[in-house]
Design a protein around this ligand. Structure first.
Ligand SMILES: Nc1ncnc2c1ncn2[C@@H]1O[C@H](COP(=O)(O)OP(=O)(O)OP(=O)(O)O)[C@@H](O)[C@H]1O
Ligand SMILES: [Mg+2]
Length: 362
């Protein structure tokens, strides 16, 4: 990433040429670095954001500087603009082979110089940003996969010795839980990537939301019961039919129920209302809720609140997936803090015109 003014390295053995280029670059807020030969250019390049080497410079020449910079990991992508003589066609071909990004011909035109430097610095910023995101992403995945894997190895080690049957059951339970946690995270990451790259199109199926809610709540029953929680469903019998992707909408509900059950103290409520051209489904719990300032951040990938991190059962991807799935259905999802405490997650989905209301459905 470029911090502060961008640093432009001007490398030429002729002091006059350097002075000329520096004068042309003046007034654009750049910090200028100067090198009088190739060796000095190579030494200073690591602290530059862009290099302008003269082809005819001695010890080594501009092309050799290019080649060497491309071989060093920290300068592999450093923008390089070779400065060549006007008629030196071969210089350009050699320069491309050596890895230069662009050329300037002498006598250098100020407008061309500024335009090339600006464009390449912009590209560098974009590349640095995406490199930083990629490396943050990788370290988060590695971090989140390491802890369940360590636990699997630890318990598997313990199971390698003779154990009482009760202990074997307990330890294998830990192994399975950790392996499931890893699998869930991998599946979530794949889902997110598929959604973000548009590889997961929304099917247009006719969906009975009432049945879907019934199913999702029934499926979450054992999890809630395991935590001693009440799971309540409050849905009118005449909810309209929706158009959407059955599997994806189930995933939305499962994620919201999963969170609510994870945080609730006593009760999780699922309700649905048909208002105008929308259906609003709300999953409410009576857990610790979140700070008002964090409400909008919950849907960012990897975001976890203090209590989310302490519980340690998840990776902060569930709600990012929920948001993308709901967006893809033309709906909205929001987190609300109910006056009585806890957290309410509200999903609003559009009701298409012309579909019948299913009578007698839950
Ligand atoms: N019902 C809730 N009550 C309190 N905090 C919640 C609730 N739902 C979500 N959160 C907070 O939002 C964070 C993000 O939720 P999200 O579902 O994206 O991730 P997660 O549950 O931590 O992991 P996973 O990727 O397994 O779903 C949680 O870690 C938690 O801090
Ligand atoms: Mg979750």
């Amino acid at each position: 990433m470029i911090h502060g003014p961008a640093r432009v390295l001007v490398a030429d053995d002729s002091e006059d040429n350097r002075t000329l280029l520096i004068a042309m670059l003046a007034g654009n807020g750049y910090q200028i670095l100067e090198a009088g030969d190739g060796e000095e250019a190579l030494r200073l390049a690591a602290s530059a954001d862009i290099v302008l080497p003269d082809v005819k410079m001695p010890k080594p020449d501009g092309r050799a500087v290019c080649r060497r910079l491309r071989l060093q990991p920290q300068t592999r992508f450093l923008p390089i603009v070779l400065v060549t003589a006007l008629d030196a066609k071969q210089d350009r071909i050699d320069g491309i082979e050596a890895g230069a990004d662009d050329f300037l011909t002498k006598p250098v035109d100020r407008t061309q110089l500024i335009a090339r430097v600006r464009a390449l610095l912009q590209l560098k910023t974009q590349r640095d940003d995406s490199e930083r995101l990629r490396s943050e992403f990788t370290s988060m995945i590695v971090h989140d996969l390491r802890s369940p894997l360590t636990s699997i190895i630890g318990f598997a080690d313990l199971m390698a010795v003779d154990l009482a049957p009760g202990q074997r059951r307990e330890f294998s339970g830990h192994v399975i839980a950790s392996a499931r946690q890893m699998l869930q995270m991998i599946n979530e990451l794949l889902d997110l990537n598929r959604l973000e790259s548009g590889l997961s199109p929304v099917k247009q199926q006719t969906i009975s939301l009432g049945l879907l809610l019934d199913d999702a709540v029934a499926q979450a029953g054992p999890l809630a019961a395991g935590r001693g929680l009440q799971l309540r469903l409050d849905v009118p019998r005449d909810l309209p039919l929706l158009l959407g992707d059955d599997r994806q909408l189930r995933q939305v509900l499962t994620n919201l129920l999963d969170n609510a059950i994870k945080f609730a103290k006593q009760t999780v409520r699922v309700s649905a209302r048909h208002v105008d051209q929308h259906v609003a489904v709300t999953v409410t719990d009576d857990g610790p809720g979140v700070a008002a300032s964090e409400l909008s951040e919950l849907f960012e990938r990897w975001h976890q609140t203090e209590s989310g991190r302490t519980l340690g059962k998840g990776s902060g991807l569930g709600l990012a997936i929920v948001k993308r799935l709901v967006d893809a259905h033309g709906g909205t999802v929001s987190a609300v803090l109910p006056p009585a405490g806890g957290l309410a997650m509200c999903v609003c989905l559009p009701v298409p015109n012309g579909l019948p209301v299913p009578n007698g459905l839950p």
